[in-house]
Design a protein around this ligand. Structure first.
Ligand code: PMP
Length: 359
């Protein structure tokens, strides 16, 4: 009745239908307030309970201890590329980056403006189809930065590098909340919302309290973690509606059984696609099996023309946004938390059918 498609976009991407329905039901009059969350003062009691509940739920889901601060910021993960060096690359003005694709490259470009960037390992030699396992860390690095899930290349760190006492900083934009992690292994975790958290506009930062307060003196006040931590993400008007939606997504995850249950489902979903790819005579996956992402699955046929035909015919079947990133070509199926397993099955059924007809 709704004519909704299975949307395989890398982000913004699908949201759980029940979340959208709840937001729709609450749109005109949020819980008797007589107004929409979009129209509400961020200083109102009603809104304060929305943001506090969102944080509380996130803390419970990810088991975030009190030694960590949770921030709801703006500017996307890309702004974090700059805020991290401005705020944390300040002692020795040096940081180690593990280079695993397009996003780590952009993160490094910002850090280079503020100090020395050392590439501790890179998978560029094989077109980012794997995750390095050997690292040359600098003993005097202010932090080590990784991109846990590489949205474009379709790779994931299954094992965290051991950085000893040096804080590990992770861009988790495309796999936060998709599998269980130990937050205490990190100095700082950040993620743009528009994949597993909610609508674009809010960026979640989870950081160790003792890393706050070491910004460069010339860091604009608005770009200091300290500013946002001291003001509970309310230094200025926060992205109110995105935070409200994130809270609903966290509630949905709780009801589903938390991250552990979500991870099991994500593993089942990804297995359906990879098992098919591995036996296919038409489709191939560029990523080494060991490093394959549960969230983003690039694949291709043997020709650009056939890829194009696939994307166009899939679209007509309600399998939307399967075009690969412009830098990689081919196809990419992003199957974040909110993609139902039925959508994944429908995709693979379609791939089987396409293969039979186009061999
Ligand atoms: N890092 C990763 C891993 C991403 O996937 C993206 C967006 N696709 C970004 C950073 C950039 O995020 P934003 O657009 O929120 O700045």
């Amino acid at each position: 009745t709704w004519n909704r498609v299975y949307n395989f976009s890398a982000g913004p991407s699908m949201l759980p239908e029940s979340v959208l329905e709840k937001a729709a039901a609450e749109m005109l009059n949020y819980q008797g307030s007589g107004m929409s969350v979009m129209e509400m003062s961020h200083r109102s009691k009603t809104y304060l309970s929305i943001i506090e509940n969102a944080e509380e739920r996130l803390r419970n889901l990810m088991h975030i201890p009190d030694t960590f601060t949770v921030l709801f910021l703006q500017g996307g993960a890309s702004q974090q590329f700059a805020m991290i060096p401005m705020n944390i690359m300040t002692k020795n003005k040096k940081a180690d980056y593990i280079h695993t694709g397009t996003w780590s490259k952009k993160a490094m470009a910002e850090a280079k403006l503020f100090g020395e960037v050392h590439v501790a390992a890179s998978s560029e030699d094989q077109n980012f189809t794997y995750i390095p396992e050997h690292f040359e860390f600098s003993p005097d690095a202010d932090f080590v930065h990784i991109t846990t899930n590489n949205t474009i290349e379709g790779t994931v760190f299954n094992q965290l590098p051991d950085t000893g006492k040096i804080p590990l900083i992770a861009d988790m934009s495309s796999n936060i909340l998709s599998e269980e992690i130990d937050v205490t292994k990190f100095g700082l975790i950040y993620a743009g919302a528009q994949k597993n958290i909610g609508p674009a506009g809010v960026t979640v930062v989870i950081m160790r309290n003792d890393l706050i307060g070491y910004h460069r003196e010339d860091t604009p006040i608005i770009l200091r973690y300290e500013t946002h931590a001291e003001n509970q993400s309310m230094y200025n008007t926060p992205p109110c509606y995105s935070i409200y939606m994130a809270g609903l997504v966290f509630e949905w995850l709780e009801q589903l059984g938390g991250i552990k249950a979500m991870e099991a489902l994500n593993r089942d979903k990804a297995k359906i696609v990879y098992d098919f790819l591995d036996q296919s005579n038409l489709f191939t996956s560029p990523v080494m099996a060991k490093y394959r992402s549960l969230m983003n699955i690039p694949f291709a046929t043997s020709s650009d023309a056939l890829d194009e035909k696939f994307i166009s015919e899939a679209g007509k079947q309600g399998l939307s946004t399967l075009k690969g990133h412009r830098s990689v070509g081919g196809m990419r199926a992003s199957i974040y938390n909110a993609m139902p397993i039925e959508g994944v099955r429908k995709l693979v059924d379609f791939m089987k059918d396409f293969e039979m007809k186009n061999r």
